[in-house]
Ligand binder design. Structure first.
Ligand code: ZN
Ligand code: ZN
Length: 260
């Protein structure tokens, strides 16, 4: 029987529990977890800050694992037959309706009101729907991606859920060649956004954070300027950005501090 780390209720310690083996349906997949992650969403879950969470839950909405068994022939999003032993990841957002404004007009099915999210809005009693578990059960219809050989599971999880979040931000920011881009916050999302801004042709990328250690990582990834913000002088980084841009300021600013 698989072990899983369970959030039983908000503000309670996470408990390691033995849970029943998943029941494999036709089209379902049992995944042996290789890596999952802890992100800001999990902090929200732990404190009970999200609506409609059916505690107890198994957190972990972004994971990679080895396929143990499939319920008959199941294909990944590229139409490739998924074989036992394959290294695979999956989209945490499931059961979207393809019939609402979010799904059809906004093309943002991750906001669909019908959606269920692995590690967030499935109960631990509903199979093994989260990555903080030895096994993850992928229900029929979950979108699965087999990892290409050149991407190791460790490299994949290093990007984490921060990388697609940053990718979405960059997509919306529509950076033009030569733009000055300021990224506020240099956690996993901000760092990914800064690197993607460079890849998008930004002329200058300036990253702001209060932790020097994070700025060192940004610098080593090719960011042009880093600014360590000081709590006692919140305006000082604005002046510095103006200085670095001949008084023009940034063309694009990406907010990645996570502060509401
Ligand atoms: Zn929908
Ligand atoms: Zn996340």
């Amino acid at each position: 029987v698989p072990l899983a780390a369970v959030m039983t209720a908000p503000n309670q310690p996470v408990e390691v529990q033995q849970l029943p083996d998943p029941i494999l349906e036709k089209g379902g997949i049992i995944l042996e977890t290789l890596y999952s992650e802890v992100c800001g969403t999990d902090v929200h879950l732990l404190h009970g800050w999200l609506e409609g969470v059916p505690y107890p839950i198994i957190p972990g909405h972004f994971s990679v694992g080895r396929v143990v068994e499939t319920g008959g022939a199941v294909s990944d999003v590229n139409g490739k037959l998924i074989q036992p032993g394959a290294i695979a990841t999956f989209l945490d957002v499931h059961e979207t309706c393809y019939n609402c404004w979010y799904c059809l007009v906004a093309k943002a099915s991750t906001r669909c009101p019908q959606r269920k999210v692995y590690g967030v809005t499935y109960s631990a009693k509903d199979g093994l729907p989260g990555g903080w578990s030895e096994l993850i059960y992928l229900k029929p219809g979950v979108k699965v991606l087999t990892l290409p050989e050149e991407v190791s599971p460790k490299q994949f999880i290093a990007g984490g859920c921060a990388l697609p979040t940053a990718l979405h931000a960059i997509d919306r920011a529509q950076i033009q060649i030569g733009d000055v881009v300021v990224v506020q916050g240099c956690g996993p999302v901000g760092l990914s956004a800064a690197i993607l801004a460079l890849l998008s042709g930004a002329g200058k990328v300036i990253v702001i954070d209060k932790f020097e250690s994070r700025l060192v990582v940004a610098k080593s990834n090719g960011v042009d300027e880093t600014l360590a913000i000081k709590a006692d002088d919140p305006r000082q980084h604005i002046e510095r950005v103006l200085e670095l841009t001949n008084g023009h300021g940034a063309d694009v600013t990406i907010e990645a501090t996570g502060i509401d």
